[in-house]
Each structure stands twice: as structure tokens, then as C-alpha cells.
Ligand binder design. Structure first.
Ligand SMILES: Cc1cc2nc3c(=O)[nH]c(=O)nc-3n(C[C@H](O)[C@H](O)[C@H](O)COP(=O)(O)O)c2cc1C
Length: 163
């Protein structure tokens, strides 16, 4: 089974989780980047505004697409309780029909409340959401690893030790 990890990360948290997943599983990392890098406070507030109003942004498309994989992990931060513009743009530009998708959500809040929003958004794009996990900014690297592996260990995907 071919597994891909797609993610967007501004400050590195989601990227770290994506790396843990890709490191443990036979999974390719695909980073979604904005064409114009964000810097500083102004871009923070612009990000809140864009997420709140559902704006799209110019992104650099990764060379792989969700349809290149049998199963996909999608990693995203939460901005203003909504979709991050780069992820919204990427999802709208790609085909998710029936794609088994595991969502990991990085956020500063310690609650499940944003998960529904993102799951519904993905289901609205016909993804088959097979699982989800939120990870709080305060989690240590060890905690992240433990929580990720516990949650996804039941998924039938190729682990490195099964090679
Ligand atoms: C513009 C902006 C808005 C955010 N809004 C929220 C929010 O509504 N709720 C929340 O829990 N965290 C919010 N955060 C925090 C991020 O979701 C969190 O720090 C996440 O781990 C960042 O991921 P990254 O390091 O991969 O970019 C926001 C961060 C930014 C930059």
C-alpha cells in the first residue's frame, strides 16, 4: 500500500508530526507551501482574517497528488477555528474522491472541537475520513510520538518493521 503524508506548516509543529508519521511508516512527505512566505505579526493577523473568511492563497503544488496514493495523511494547523488557506486551496485543487484519509490537526487549544470542522470539510470533498487526531502545541516530542502511534497503529498500513 502506498501512503502519502500531505501537510502545511507555518511554524514547524505540523511538520514535526508529519515527520514522525513518515518516519514510522513507509510514507512519502509532501509539503504544501505558500508562494509567499509568511513573516511576523501582520501575517499572523492576515492569516486569521483569511482563514475566517475562507480565502484561498497561491500555493506551490507538491509534485505528488492524493490520487497517487492508496491512503493519505493530511496534516494541518487550525487558524481561527477554520481551515488554513493553503490547505483549503490544496484540497480544492485536488481529487479526494473516496480517498482513505487520516487527518492530524495541530492547534494551541486542547480540545476536539475543531476536528468536526476539518472532517466535514474533507468529507465535503468526498474524502473517506478513516481517522483523526488533534495534537496540542504543548505536547513533547515523546508525547506526540506516543499519541500518533497509538492512534494509527490500528490502521492497516505498511509499517517499516513489516518490510
Ligand atoms: C493565524 C493563526 C491562527 C490560529 N488560530 C488558532 C485557533 O483558532 N485555535 C487554536 O487552537 N490554535 C490556533 N492557532 C495556533 C496553531 O494552530 C498552532 O500553533 C499550530 O500547532 C501551528 O502549527 P504549525 O507550527 O505547523 O504552523 C493559530 C495560529 C495562527 C498562526
Amino acid at each position: 500500500m502506498k501512503v502519502g503524508v500531505f501537510f502545511y506548516s507555518w511554524t514547524g509543529h505540523t511538520k514535526e508530526v508529519a515527520g514522525i508519521i513518515a518516519d514510522h511508516y513507509i510514507a512519502e512527505l509532501n509539503e504544501i507551501k505558500e508562494k509567499v512566505d509568511r513573516k511576523g505579526r501582520l501575517d499572523f493577523f492576515r492569516g486569521i482574517f483569511q482563514a475566517f473568511f475562507g480565502s484561498n492563497v497561491d500555493i506551490i503544488m507538491p509534485s505528488n497528488k492524493p490520487e497517487d496514493y492508496d491512503m493519505v495523511f493530511l496534516g494541518t494547523p487550525v487558524w481561527a477555528g477554520r481551515q488554513v488557506p493553503a490547505i483549503k486551496t490544496f484540497v480544492e485543487k485536488t481529487n479526494w474522491a473516496d480517498k482513505p484519509t487520516f487527518i492530524f490537526l495541530c492547534q494551541s487549544a486542547n480540545s476536539q472541537k475543531y476536528m468536526n470542522t476539518v472532517s466535514l470539510f474533507m468529507e465535503g470533498h468526498q474524502a473517506n475520513v478513516i481517522g483523526s487526531l488533534y495534537i496540542n502545541d504543548k505536547c513533547s516530542k515523546e508525547e506526540i510520538k506516543e499519541r500518533v502511534l497509538e492512534k494509527i497503529s490500528k490502521l492497516k498500513i505498511n509499517k517499516k518493521e513489516e518490510e
